[in-house]
Design a protein around this ligand. Structure first.
Ligand code: PGA
Length: 253
């Protein structure tokens, strides 16, 4: 099964207009292998300027969150319609920082996935276990419990339009990357879990790895059979490093 390779930058609450300018200039000029897509997810205030700066046909804009409601009295929140007006195509949902710091439950994340899909945008659904859960061999149970609410609310068909990002919490921003073998084994579990419901949908779902991906480890990680690219935090803020990751990523075709 041929799937696209997707490289997504998650800037988190970092970056500024200077980074928007430099990153977009460098990315626009980049030779990217066919069948590779690059997504940049800055903070909301920079979406507009990044949207105006992108000219490369393989480059897309993503947001880091969206509200589950269409509109209304939700001070401080951002709706999918607003994101669409800025040419956003992807929305990161359920990032472990949002689950841990802002108490987003898997049920809420499933509602957000629904809203984002109904708006015609593509969710990048983040799942992942903590270090304690990994050590106590709870990884598969935790990942299943994060995926199940989306299956319950939307059915397996929704996964035709969802990207899943596996991000072990212990590897995020720590410099501790999962080994390619460990990451592959976990991605394989995720695909097999979805395949229990529908094999052909599961075979098509792009599965990204996230957690201390950098220019030195990206190619080995992305070469694994069930890893279709990465969600990249810290290394996506360094223009040279992110450019290296994107320019050396190979499409599977
Ligand atoms: P990191 O973050 O690459 O800095 O570990 C990844 C993420 O949180 O998406």
């Amino acid at each position: 099964m041929k799937r696209k390779t997707i490289i997504a930058a998650n800037w988190k609450m970092n970056g500024n207009l200077a980074l928007v300018k430099e990153m977009s200039q460098q990315l626009n000029a980049l030779q990217i292998s066919d069948n590779v897509e690059v997504i940049v997810c800055p903070s909301f205030p920079y979406l507009s300027s990044l949207s105006d700066s992108i000219t490369h046909g393989q480059l897309y804009l993503g947001a880091q969150n969206a509200n589950e409601h269409d509109k209304g009295a939700y001070t401080g929140e951002v709706s999918t319609d607003m994101l669409k007006e800025l040419s956003v195509k992807y929305v990161v949902l359920g990032h472990s920082e949002r689950r841990a710091l802002y108490k987003e439950t898997s049920t809420l994340v499933a509602h957000k996935v629904k809203t984002v899909l109904e708006a015609g945008l593509t969710p990048i659904l983040c799942i992942g276990e903590s270090e304690i859960e990994r050590v106590s061999e709870q990884t598969e149970t935790v990942l299943a419990s994060q995926l199940q609410p989306v299956l319950d609310e939307l059915g397996i068909e929704a996964f035709e339009k969802i990207i899943v990002a596996y991000e072990p919490v212990w590897a995020i921003g720590t410099g501790k990357t999962a080994s390619p073998e460990m990451a592959q084994a976990t991605h394989h579990f995720i695909r097999a879990f979805l395949a229990q419901v529908n094999e052909s949908v599961a075979a098509k779902v792009p599965l990204l790895y996230g957690g201390s991906v950098n220019a030195s480890n990206s190619n080995e990680l992305f070469a694994q059979a069930d890893i279709d690219g990465g969600l990249i935090g810290g290394a996506s803020l360094k223009v040279d490093e992110f450019i290296t990751i994107c320019s050396t990523a190979k499409g599977l075709n």
